[in-house]
Design a protein around this ligand. Sequence first.
Ligand SMILES: [Fe+2]
Length: 226
Amino acid sequence: MHKPARFDMYATIHRALRHFMTDTLTQIGRLDAGDSEASRAALDQLDTLLYLCRQHLEHENRFVHPAIEARSPGGSQRIAGEHEDHLEAIAALEAEALAVRQAPSPTADLRLYRHLALFVADNFEHMQIEETRHNELLWQGYDDAELVQIHEQILASLDPAERGLVLRWMTPALPRSERAALYAELRKQMPGEVFSAVLEGAKPWLGAQDWAALVADLDQREALLA
Ligand SMILES: [Fe+2]
């Protein structure tokens, strides 16, 4: 028999992070040992990625791991250990990126690119474990209403800057139906003119075609409600 899907608090944010990581890795791979505007923008993007990675793992440590430990003692231990390693890797990459800013060279650029690639590879395996083993423990220990509540606590802890940053990388990373659901939810939460500006802001992230599809999906949802 087909089992209904359980609430997956990792899926959406991890899509955003995978997109942010791969895009940034490509940008860093194109550094040209020069003090160009493009190089500065790529290094700024890397700093922003590393900031978001740190925030993300802190949210998991603060909200998700205690929930796992409460029902399955020791269940989050491996991933919590990896978070410690990730904090060290993030600090090392920040230092390396700063060194590249101060003294760009083909060798330094390539070294940073390779180290970032290893960090991304490590994070991909890590996120897979969270989405499988951690989800299993969460699903064993909690019903969906409780999991939604934990997820809402995380969302409530984000400041507007982090919220905007997540939206920037999440929007193009989602399947069309999930993207429409996300923006329908945002529309409920904000005044009309604020939402219009948010929707307009998504255009460059999506391109004209996907953006038009989003607008059409939102119109359709509104028509259904009317
Ligand atoms: Fe994690």
